[in-house]
Design a binder for this molecule. Sequence first.
Ligand SMILES: O=C1O[C@H](COP(=O)(O)O)[C@@H](O)[C@H](O)[C@H]1O
Length: 236
Amino acid sequence: MTGRREVLPDPDAVARAAAGRLVAVAGAKAGRVGICLSGGSTPKLLYRLLAGPEFRDRLPWGRLHWFFGDERVGDRPEAGSNRRLAEEAFGDLVPDGHLHPIPTDRTPQACAEAYASALQTWYGADRLAPARPLFDLVLLGLGEDGHTASLFPGKPEAREGEAWVVAVPEAGLAPFVPRVSLTLPALAATPLMLFLVTGAGKRAPLARIASGEDLPAGHARARGETLWLLDEAAAG
Ligand SMILES: O=C1O[C@H](COP(=O)(O)O)[C@@H](O)[C@H](O)[C@H]1O
C-alpha cells in the first residue's frame, strides 16, 4: 500500500475527515475545482454530510465540478448508479452542467470513449501533463476483492497505462454488469487521493494489499498525497 493510513473510530468519522479535506481543497483554490467521486455504498455518508447543514455552506458549489471514477453501463437501475447516488445526495446544490456523469446509454466502449473525450475537453488537452492535475481531488473505495473504481484484479483494464477511460466488459463480480472506469494514470493525476474504507469486510483486502499482493487498489496512488481513511473495523 502506498500513502498514509489514518484510522478513525467509525464510518461517520471517516466521512467527516473526507469532508474536511474536500472543504480545504476547494477553499485553497480560486476558480473551478474538479472532484472525482467514487461509487459503491461507502461514500453515501460523505455525500449526505456534504449536502447537510454542517458542510453545505462551507462549500463553493458554484465552482465545484463533479466527475466519476466508474459507472455501471446499461439500462439496469437495480444494478446501482454512481450518478444517481450523487444526484440524490446533492440535489439542486449542483448547478446545471457541473455534474459530469459517465454516459451509460451506448456500448461500454462507446461510453468510455465519450467520457474520455469529455474529460479531455475539461482538461484542455488529450495528454496528461505531469505538472498539471486532471482533478483537484480523487475519492476512491476498496472492493472486498481488492478492486478500486472498476479496475478488477487480474483484468487487463487494471494495467492500462495510456488511456484515461476504459470499458470493463467483464466486471468480475456477480451479477455481471458491464462498466466504464477511469484508469490508474487518470486517477493518479491529482494532488490528493482519498480512499474511504470502512467495515470489517475490508480487513482482508487491506491485509492483502499490505502484504504486497498485486491488487488494483494497491497500485492506485496520486501524484501528490495518497491518504487511506480507515475506520477501526476495517483497520482491525
Ligand atoms: O463496485 C464498486 O465498489 C467500490 C467499493 O464499494 P463499496 O460499496 O465497498 O464502498 C467502489 O469504490 C466503486 O466505485 C464501485 O463501483
